[in-house]
Ligand binder design. Structure first.
Ligand code: NDP
Length: 413
């Protein structure tokens, strides 16, 4: 077992929901993960079952207010200070507090809660996630960027404050579930699956011309736009490989990726005796979210049941490195470590912004990330940067600036 943070032992938590409703907060409530969480909470009885402390969003003020009212939250926070007046107006007369800005997000994360969903997208999820862990809560972590940029910092913070991190990414939830009752030393390898995204079957020479609309349509999962595009490029899987390493502590060589177009096997864990434990489920994030929400119990969840006889066959293939260069970049990041994860994530986010805004080709995103990583790791001791929020924020800022420079200066991306 790696640390107290990773509790595959289902007998570990002594605290069970008592007569008082469990206190929860949902960060990124207006997003795809957030909405699925809200759905599960409402189906479980909403305010009768859970006391909602905080809900947060950014641009979608009207929906944030609706969620806050439906869950009878104590406070609703928008990341965008320009939205505060509208949020206040939408919540007038409800008794729900309104707040805005990064500091308000962190303050909301410090409000005592038993379970907090980290469903903000991007690096912005890190500071509230750290604040949540520092109050010793259980953090359901969807925000994979936190682990990629600051894995050791998150795990150390959790361990120091007696907090717990439960994985919400479907692959990591699957690995977590396959490990219940197992010793980490018995694990030989871990295989996380990837659908292959929107362009799995496209001829390679068409990829450079792929449009944002084409990249934003996922064959199996209904997710936010950014993660859907990241699935097409496999930057999402690259983040997940690093996330697997950071969360579970596996060596990079133990982590494999397998293309599985049906998205029904989410991950497999291979043990020393040759056994391979697979986790199967319908491609619906409410499974992983519901598992984290009810852990260590299992609750009835409104997800489709797999009919394997009707499905008939499942297929698997090795990922093509020419189609998915992001996977090799993830290996480079794991070899460097230190602030390389922060650089990788920030350059990826900036390249993705460039693609969405029409300034970078689909295939140019990997080129931008590769160049930023090369520039920042050249003799700079990137691997030795100590994990602190300040250092990682600095690496994040520098990588974004370099990525924007690469995009502006080079015609070949
Ligand atoms: P969405 O884009 O759908 O939602 C993101 C959420 O974060 C929204 O509530 C958004 O508010 C809020 N937000 C956006 N920018 C900021 C900011 N700067 N500061 C604070 N909040 C902000 O993303 P997803 O739900 O798809 O993904 C959330 C996280 O979960 C990501 O890290 C993703 O990688 C991970 N994940 C997602 C999966 C999925 O199925 N969607 C699966 C596994 C992991 P608003 O909408 O109001 O602007």
């Amino acid at each position: 077992m790696r640390s107290d943070v990773l509790a595959f032992d289902t007998s570990a938590p002594a605290a069970r929901p008592g007569p008082a409703p469990r206190r929860i907060s949902i960060f990124g409530a207006t997003g795809s993960i957030g909405e699925s969480t809200v759905d599960l909470v409402l189906r479980a009885g909403g305010p009768a079952a859970y006391h909602t402390v905080a809900v947060t969003g950014a641009r979608n003020i009207a929906r944030l207010a609706e969620i806050a009212i439906a869950l009878r939250a104590e406070v609703a926070v928008t990341a965008d200070p320009a939205g505060l007046a509208a949020l206040r107006a939408a919540l007038a007369g409800t008794g729900i507090e309104a707040a805005a800005g990064e500091a308000a997000l962190v303050e909301a994360a410090c409000r005592p809660a038993d379970w907090i969903m980290s469903g903000i997208v991007g690096f912005a999820g890190l500071a509230p996630g750290l604040a949540a862990l520092a109050q010793g809560t259980t953090l359901a972590l969807a925000n994979k960027e936190s682990l990629v940029t600051a894995g050791p910092l998150l795990l150390e913070t959790a361990a120091r404050h007696g907090a717990r991190i439960l994985p919400v990414d479907s692959e990591h939830s699957a690995v977590f579930q396959a490990l219940v009752g197992e010793e980490m030393t018995a694990v030989e390898r871990v295989i996380i699956t990837a659908s292959g995204g929107a362009f799995r079957d496209w001829p390679l020479d068409r990829l450079a011309g792929a449009s944002v609309a084409e990249a934003s349509s996922h064959p199996n999962w209904d997710m936010g736009q950014r993660i859907t595009i990241d699935s097409a490029s496999m930057f999402n899987k690259a983040l997940e490989v690093i996330e697997t390493r950071e969360y579970f502590g596996f060596e990079p060589a133990q982590i494999e990726v397998l293309v599985h177009p049906e998205s029904m096997v989410h991950a497999l864990v291979g043990f020393r005796d040759g056994a391979l434990m697979a986790h199967l489920g319908a491609p619906d994030m409410r499974h992983a979210i519901g598992y984290a929400l009810n852990w260590p119990d299992r609750a009835d969840l409104p997800v489709a049941r797999l009919d394997l006889a009707a499905i008939g066959r499942l297929s698997f293939a090795a990922p093509d490195p020419a189609r998915y260069p992001a996977l090799a970049l993830a290996r480079e990041v794991m070899a460097i470590r230190g602030a390389a994860g922060a650089v990788f994530n920030a350059a990826k986010e900036a390249a993705l912004d460039g693609f969405i805004e029409g300034r970078v080709r689909f295939t140019g995103m990997a080129t931008v990330v590769e160049r930023v990583l090369a520039r920042m790791s050249a003799g700079s001791g990137l691997g030795n940067v100590a994990f602190s929020l300040d250092n990682l924020s600095e690496a994040d800022r520098e990588a974004r600036a370099l990525a924007r420079e690469e995009i502006a200066a080079r015609a070949d991306v």
